[in-house]
Design a protein around this ligand. Structure first.
Ligand SMILES: [Zn+2]
Length: 417
């Protein structure tokens, strides 16, 4: 349209609407081998250093990362006044290193929701905000999730990443050991977790996933496939693949069948490496839990798809798995956009944390290229972008409908039995 005719039809009211829409570029195309949607992205670290949503869109997503989740890490590393971590020369910004506990930091939900609601519809359409500031072992967590939706309607699409079993993280979490409070003790296979404060058998998790089913949210759950006993400084005491969590996961999903859950990293992590039968276990969980998907995120996990060590599934086996579950696998980076302070073994600072560069962030999608080449362009497109768009757009619609239906609910009087 020539500018003169644009001016002619631009009344004062229409101008305001057009100006809002015209101030941002249209969303980038989602098709093509270089396009990704990040189903697992941490916008803030364990000390709530991170990036704003504007910075995420402008400095990191640009045209290639067409969509992204927004998951501030749910846990704050306590900066203990007595610990003298690293000789008090540098603050702890990561869970490995300091002895002090981790605790749930709910303010992050408000920080990102507030900014999200100021973005243009085009910008909002590219981001999926996740509620993270709840304790998954607390039956009041479901109330927090509903309060977040009712306080910031229009803001959230999901919850998580939240963690049940994760090597050192579970051990460092603030709270009561289950053996201290539980009537009748703990249930297998969780009986073996050292200092256990978290369990897949907690009724709080069922409440949370039922709330996910009711509201339409997507939940991203981290649960290692087997226990790893790790001390605060990263020393591995024991890996116990024989005590895997397959039964714990499947009993959870059948109690909340309508919940849409993404099981992060297929249960793998820094210390929890894939066993020979890893993909068979993951397949059994997916077969028992039709509402569940998995993400193939985290660079150190992805490296093991491409360069497996002896006794791990081969790249071909990963390709067969992705092909079989092609509608239920999502790519993610698991990047924490603000790096941590690094100290050497004597506690001397080596480097200070800062925001990553665009090139550092975009190095992660390249890792999985050999896997995507094996599965071919159609399946690759689904895993990189298509499954994300389907899952999160579907969730967004359902959550907005739940919020509309509950707009009159009293946020100060939510029922908790
Ligand atoms: Zn993560």
């Amino acid at each position: 349209m020539p500018i003169s005719s644009f001016r002619r039809i631009c009344t004062v009211a229409a101008c305001a609407a057009l100006a809002a829409g015209c101030s941002t570029l249209p969303p980038p195309a989602t098709e093509g081998p270089g396009k990704f949607a990040d189903a697992h992205f941490h916008i803030a670290n364990y000390a709530y250093q991170g990036a704003s949503l504007k910075q995420l869109l402008r400095d990191y997503m640009k045209d290639d990362m067409v969509r992204s989740t927004v998951m501030p890490l749910p846990l704050q590393q306590k900066w203990d006044g007595f610990e003298q971590y690293a000789g008090d020369k540098v603050a702890p910004t990561y869970y490995l290193g300091p002895k002090a506990e981790l605790y749930y930091y709910a303010f992050a939900d408000a920080m990102y929701a507030k900014e999200y609601l100021t973005l243009t519809p085009a910008e909002q359409g590219r981001l999926d905000l996740m509620i993270t500031g709840f304790n998954p072992m607390d039956r009041y967590a479901a109330q927090h999730i509903k309060r977040a939706l009712l306080t910031f309607p229009g803001a959230f699409t999901g919850i998580g990443e939240f963690t049940v079993h994760k090597e050192l993280v579970s051990r460092k979490i603030a709270g009561d050991p289950i053996s201290y409070t539980a009537v009748g003790g703990r249930q297998p296979p969780d009986t073996t977790e050292k200092d256990g404060k978290l369990s897949l058998y907690s009724p709080a998790l069922v409440d949370i996933l039922k709330t996910v089913a009711e509201t339409g949210l997507v939940a991203t759950l981290h649960n290692d496939i087997y226990p790893a006993d790790v001390t605060y400084d990263g020393t591995v005491e024991a890996l116990r693949p024989q005590n895997n969590y397959e039964a714990g996961l499947t009993q959870l999903c059948v109690q909340a069948p309508g919940a849409s859950v993404i099981w992060a990293h297929t249960g793998l992590g820094r210390f929890v490496k894939p066993t020979r039968d890893h993909l068979q276990m993951v397949s059994r969980v997916l077969d028992a839990c039709p509402g569940w998907s998995v993400d193939i995120s985290w660079d150190i996990v992805q490296e093991r798809f491409i360069k497996p060590e002896p006794g791990m599934p081969s790249t071909d086996e990963w390709a067969q798995f992705v092909t079989r579950y092609q509608d239920r696998v999502l790519w993610g980076s698991d990047t924490v956009i603000y790096s941590r302070n690094v100290v050497d073994a004597k506690g001397v600072p080596v480097s200070m944390g800062k925001r990553m560069t665009f090139d550092q962030y975009m190095a992660v999608p390249k890792i999985t290229s050999p896997l995507f080449e094996k599965v071919g362009p159609q399946i690759s497109q689904k895993v990189r972008v298509g499954n994300y768009v389907k899952l999160f757009d579907g969730a967004k619609k359902k959550v907005r409908a739940w919020e509309a239906a509950h707009a009159a609910d009293d946020v100060w009087d939510l029922s908790a039995r």
